[in-house]
Design a protein around this ligand. Sequence first.
Ligand code: NAD
Length: 292
Amino acid sequence: MRICFVGLGTMGLPMASRLLDAGFSLAAWDVLDSAGAALPGRRDTLEEAAEGADVVVTMLPEGTHVATVHDRLRDSGQDRRRVYLDSSTIDVATTRRLAARAAEAGHGFVDAPVSGGAEGAAAGGLSFMVGGSAAEVARVRPLLEALGSRIMQFGEAGAGQAAKACHNMICGITALGVSEAFALADALGLDRQHFFELCAGAAAQSWILQNRCPVPGPAPDAPASNDYRPGFAARLMAKDLRLAQEAARASGQETPFGAEAARRFTAFAEAGGGDLDFSAIYREIRDGSDGG
Ligand code: NAD
């Protein structure tokens, strides 16, 4: 299987490196010349990287970037049948549109956004939320298995992005709840370490609490104990929560807590917190700013 990998940023570079280590034949490209410059298989143009590819993987910031790559490859005249595998986190509507256009041109499409961060990408421990036909998913499965420890299919194209939006909405809402509780615990004079241990072993425990505890100290490896270096940047959390809101509007489902989380994280990112870990929103809650 020949792979073209597009987008060599925080996530894409360790994913492409891991595929090379696993023995896949891989050519890669990024619009930024410096991104992944030392990666074996790095090409100067998208068209060169895609020549002869069976699978084109995209790991890009937004839907517009993924669409640009599809447009360029459609116009390139390369007609070898391929599967487009998009692991970026983008909106459901763009995903469905790109899948339909790929099908019209005789190509396959699978959306497989991820959870697990750069550490997970490097270690092959990503979780994939997958949408696409069973046949197309089967074609890309060896690649997903090289990168991930959990591969969960939810339905046709777009279903993976839908699952990701719902999953990250839980994370955003939970982060606000955990931050608010720690702010109150501080205000009431509780010992942070003691309160953390209570929650970690009781009904309030969650991945967010244990891995992204928002106050410095109780979890030494968490971003809060390391100047809030991400982790998962607040601007990405804000983006994912906005995507969840787009999906909620399109489906007619009211999600008031998700809407509030989107508002708070967007305001936090726009006020200068975007490159901090999302758990830094604790400081704003503690200081009484409503983020608006
Ligand atoms: P990033 O900004 O670090 O990297 C994106 C890369 O894409 C950059 O190198 C950029 O130059 C390149 N790029 C932009 N437009 C391009 C184009 N048109 N053609 C080719 N290359 C282009 O982003 P990231 O953190 O790697 O995230 C990528 C995707 O994965 C996003 O959709 C993000 O939401 C999602 N994601 C990120 C994380 C995380 O922890 N960082 C976790 C899960 C999912």
